[in-house]
Design a protein around this ligand. Structure first.
Ligand code: HEC
Ligand code: HEC
Ligand code: HEC
Ligand code: HEC
Ligand code: HEC
Length: 416
């Protein structure tokens, strides 16, 4: 019964490698790196992640959902990669908790404020009503049993789910007979539909502003026509066994990576973006520089997701002692404004107060930007340098946004 299933996975793997070097680089290109990464993942049993620790209290039969720890007794490999994911930390990550604490304190109706955030970061609360997150399952964030019992998604509703928690776990496979553990149902929603992800990654607030728009950006881009969905880029196939007691013993074993990395992982950003200096012509103490930035492998705009993130292109001259002088920037970001037209800088404000979209200079899927700079060249300068940086202001505990280097490239200058 398992052979049809794993034949399907094989076919898929080849398709994915060709179609999508995106999120995880494609199995063929980065196969080795990922096999290695999986090994490290499998070996690192010593230190459970924060999320796993938070959920470490024994699972009590509260509400309709089963703890991820229980799923993990059979689905050990998938559990390990999920436990290391932003989804597992969605309800316990300190940046989120601090943002939640501040808006609950600053609003007269604390409960309404919680309701606005918790259904997405801790979706089991939709049915349990545990807005204070007292139950261990609430702190598991986007947990296994939540995703695998979503029956339908309707983006017109908030929350957009038809939830069917219980014995039947929905997934990408069709089984001929019963498997040992629980009942299953084949679900196209899970196998390849962007709607499962859009349920939380596409969000219109009460003022009708699209605060999160990964899905509509994907839909208007080139990837739907190529049959490349969110799962293809974010849940690439890696070696592993779906369950300890898997029905199929033969063939190549692969599972979908449940770590779901995104913009918060610099390696992911680096694979999604191409940066090159097309030309740098120096004359009379300055250089005319043309730089091209391409969103080569993200299925949506970059940066996507929250409007607290920007992509920064910095260009300057590198001096003999390695310093970057005359730094100039282009910033790619989307601005969300309140009803007075003031740009909103915090995540909570963006969700609750955004009334219009201001300028949007982000780079669309497969889009290239050619940028021209005139850079003064000091005597002894060695090269023109172009850098891509990721600036993230999502964590209000920081006084200023954090900046990380994604990639850089240099164009040597003739010695003067
Ligand atoms: C007693 C062991 C056991 C436990 C506990 C268990 N599973 Fe499974 N599950 C299996 C086996 C075996 C398979 C088949 C694996 C394969 O195809 O290789 C499976 C398959 C699945 C599938 C694929 C279904 C499909 O039709 O595509 C999903 C999804 C799933 N499990 C989710 C869960 C979730 C969520 C939990 C926790 C609430 C869980 N499982 C707990 C044994 C278990
Ligand atoms: C964000 C939603 C989400 C969460 C959380 C999630 N899964 Fe999945 N899972 C999926 C999707 C989507 C697929 C199918 C991907 C595909 O086929 O492209 C899948 C596939 C599976 C499968 C089939 C085998 C495979 O690798 O495709 C199993 C078993 C499974 N998940 C178990 C789990 C368990 C156990 C957890 C928690 C430790 C979990 N899932 C958490 C969305 C989720
Ligand atoms: C129930 C809501 C929910 C569903 C369903 C869901 N996500 Fe998420 N996802 C979140 C939340 C909330 C976060 C942010 C967690 C955090 O950092 O606090 C997140 C984070 C992510 C990230 C990491 C973002 C970053 O900045 O690195 C990626 C990638 C991602 N999700 C992809 C997906 C994909 C692909 C699917 C569909 C298979 C999916 N998600 C389904 C709620 C959801
Ligand atoms: C062609 C591959 C590809 C497809 C298809 C794709 N993504 Fe991504 N995604 C990426 C890459 C590469 C990044 C990292 C660059 C970045 O942050 O934009 C990323 C980043 C993200 C992030 C982190 C925040 C952000 O947007 O930067 C989220 C959330 C996310 N994707 C969700 C989705 C969802 C939901 C879908 C389906 C509607 C989807 N992605 C489709 C490749 C893809
Ligand atoms: C519709 C789903 C949804 C709702 C509702 C939602 N979030 Fe989120 N949140 C996300 C997703 C998805 C991300 C991941 C980042 C991205 O896509 O850029 C995220 C990320 C965050 C982050 C950044 C976490 C980090 O690791 O940097 C904070 C802080 C946050 N949310 C706070 C809130 C607050 C406060 C509320 C209520 C006002 C809220 N969220 C409501 C989906 C949601």
């Amino acid at each position: 019964m398992g052979s049809a299933l794993h034949g399907g996975a094989n076919r898929c793997m080849i398709q994915r490698a060709a179609a999508c070097r995106g999120a995880n680089g494609g199995l063929l290109r980065h196969g080795l790196i990922r096999v290695l990464a999986l090994f490290i993942l499998l070996l690192s049993t010593g230190s459970p992640s924060r999320a796993a620790t938070a959920a470490a209290k024994p699972a009590r039969p509260l509400g309709p959902y089963t703890s991820a720890r229980s799923c993990g007794t059979c689905h050990d490999a998938i559990h390990k990669s999920w436990a290391d994911s932003p989804h597992a930390r969605a309800a316990t990550n300190p940046a989120y908790l601090e943002a939640l604490r501040r808006i609950v304190e600053s609003t007269a109706e604390g409960k309404a404020a919680r309701e606005a955030c918790v259904w997405c970061h801790s979706p089991s609360t939709i049915l349990t009503g545990d807005l204070e997150m007292q139950q261990a399952i609430s702190r598991e964030g986007i947990t296994c049993d939540f995703c695998h019992t979503v029956a339908e998604v309707d983006l017109q509703k908030v929350p957009p789910f038809d939830l069917k928690p219980g014995q039947v776990k929905r997934g990408p496979f069709e089984y001929a007979g019963r498997i040992q553990g629980h009942a299953t149902a084949y679900s196209p929603l899970h196998k390849s539909s962007p709607l499962l992800c859009a349920s939380c990654h596409e969000y219109k607030n009460a003022n009708g502003v699209l605060v999160l728009s990964n899905y509509s950006e994907w839909k208007e881009g080139p990837y739907p026509a190529r049959g490349v969905s969110c799962q293809d880029c974010h849940m690439s196939l890696v070696p592993g066994t779906a369950a300890r007691n898997s029905p199929s013993k033969a063939g190549l074993r692969v599972i979908n990576l449940h770590r779901l990395v995104g913009g918060s992982a610099i390696s992911q950003l680096a694979r999604g973006l191409d940066l090159k200096i097309e030309s740098a012509v120096s004359e009379g103490g300055s250089a005319e520089v043309i730089v091209v930035v391409t969103n080569a492998a993200a299925g949506h705009f970059v940066p996507g997701g929250l409007a607290t993130k920007s992509l920064v292109l910095a260009v300057g001259a590198e001096t003999a002692d390695g310093k970057l002088e005359y730094r100039q920037e282009r910033v790619y970001r989307r601005e969300l404004k309140d009803e007075k037209g003031v740009v909103l800088e915090s995540v909570a404000d963006q969700f609750l107060k955004a009334a219009s979209i201001g300028s949007d200079s982000r780079i669309g899927p497969m889009e290239s930007r050619r940028e021209r700079f005139t850079v003064p060249v000091p005597t002894g300068a060695r090269a023109i340098v172009a850098r891509l940086e990721y600036r993230d202001g999502s964590d209000i505990r920081n006084a200023a946004p954090t900046t990380s280097l994604i990639t850089e490239t240099r164009h040597p200058l003739a010695a003067r």
